[in-house]
Design a protein around this ligand. Structure first.
Ligand SMILES: Nc1ncnc2c1ncn2[C@@H]1O[C@H](COP(=O)(O)OP(=O)(O)OP(=O)(O)O)[C@@H](O)[C@H]1O
Length: 351
């Protein structure tokens, strides 16, 4: 098991930082009047960990016994869409953005079904079920409107916890019906505290100086810091204060893709790079993360006049990724576009 999972705190009291927030969540969970929540903050700040701990406070340890259900939904055009649900007796967790534009169907059918049934366990501490919605900021407008309606209609049986990176894409009526909770990224000192704690549990020698370097290089993303910390010990027999910190494997691979594209601009390169894209995708690296990192790597190495154009097309294909279903097409299309822009520039043509 990876350290990020092995040492993930399971209770609100065990969370290392933002103590004020933990005690507020605890008070809410015990108040008997739990509201809908919108939890937002940057990646790796500990949103999910905090929510799982809150659910435990609400329902007790039974909430940790989860199973994965695969369900099939029908769209209005009679297309079948498969969708996975993570559920315990007390709550369910969904990521509607997995089905792109069909997210409204999921929200409507699933929430209606849950909202109309009461808690099965009579001894449950709460009468309502909780629905955790991941990546709520990627929901389409239609899905958000459907969500807003369910919030009003089924509120006796249902509480929503929406997770998002930012509230910018969330419609105002949802914001006004939820309690907004911001989970800020931990400070470097707070991260050093967590890293030292994990090192102690694993009995690793870990100096403050090295902990600080890991925290700083992770960009205040705690998950990334813990992964880097683990890689550091897995790849080196002796770890010193100045041992280079290896970047995650997927970043190295994306760096290689960027170098290969810059070295040769032929169509054959696109084919070669495709295998690497598949490799990343099968390891569950989201296509948007691949596109973003690849763009940053490419932009750092091209002429200034091209930068704005490349970023514009990266944004265009990122949008396409959200709309379409075969992400590989859009990654390849971006690569082809990039090579065309570069070639045109090198040949002195308009791009
Ligand atoms: N308060 C905390 N104390 C100690 N460790 C923590 C704390 N919060 C989070 N962590 C660690 O950081 C890791 C990342 O946290 P988490 O998955 O909750 O982040 P997130 O904000 O939901 O990220 P993302 O938005 O990318 O899904 C967890 O696996 C856990 O090990």
């Amino acid at each position: 098991m990876l350290l990020v999972d092995k040492h993930r705190p399971r209770k609100l009291e065990a969370l290392h930082y933002h103590q004020g927030l933990s005690s507020r969540l605890k008070a809410l969970a015990n108040s008997g009047d739990f509201p809908h929540l919108l939890v937002y903050g940057p990646s790796g700040a500990g949103k999910k960990t905090r929510i799982v701990a809150t659910l435990k406070e609400l329902y007790g340890p039974g909430v940790e016994k989860i199973k994965i259900d695969s369900r099939v939904f029908m769209t209005t055009t009679n297309r079948k869409i498969e969708f996975n649900i993570v559920a315990s007796v007390y709550h369910i967790e969904i990521t509607p953005s997995d089905v792109g534009n069909h997210d409204r169907v999921i929200i409507q059918s699933l929430l209606k079904e849950i909202g109309q049934t009461q808690q099965v366990d009579i001894a449950a501490k709460q009468k309502f079920k909780v629905v955790v919605i991941n990546e709520a900021d990627h929901l389409t407008r239609d899905a958000q409107a459907a969500l807003r309606r369910t919030m009003e209609k089924y509120s006796p049986n249902l509480r929503l916890i929406l997770i998002a990176n930012s509230t910018a894409n969330i419609i105002a009526p949802i914001k006004s019906r939820t309690l907004l909770i911001r989970v800020a990224a931990p400070t470097i000192d707070e991260m050093v505290g967590v890293l030292k704690h994990v090192a102690e549990l694993e009995r690793f020698e870990f100096s403050d100086k090295l902990a600080r370097r890991v925290a700083e290089e992770s960009g205040r993303n705690l998950r990334r810091a813990l992964l880097m910390f683990e890689a550091l010990y897995a790849q080196n027999e002796v770890v010193k204060d100045n041992t280079p910190i290896p970047p995650p494997d997927y970043e190295t691979l994306i760096g290689q893709i960027a170098d290969e594209l810059l070295a040769d601009h032929s169509p054959a390169r696109i084919l070669l790079v495709r295998a690497k894209f598949y490799d990343l995708l099968t390891h569950c690296i989201p296509a948007t993360v691949i596109l973003k990192l690849l763009t940053f790597r490419l932009v750092a190495k091209i002429d200034d006049v091209l930068k704005a154009e490349v970023i514009k097309w990266a944004a265009f294909y990122e949008h396409r990724i959200h709309l379409g279903s075969k992400v590989i097409f859009h990654l390849e299309a971006f690569v082809a576009k990039f090579l065309r822009i570069l070639e045109s520039y090198l040949m002195g043509m308009e791009f």
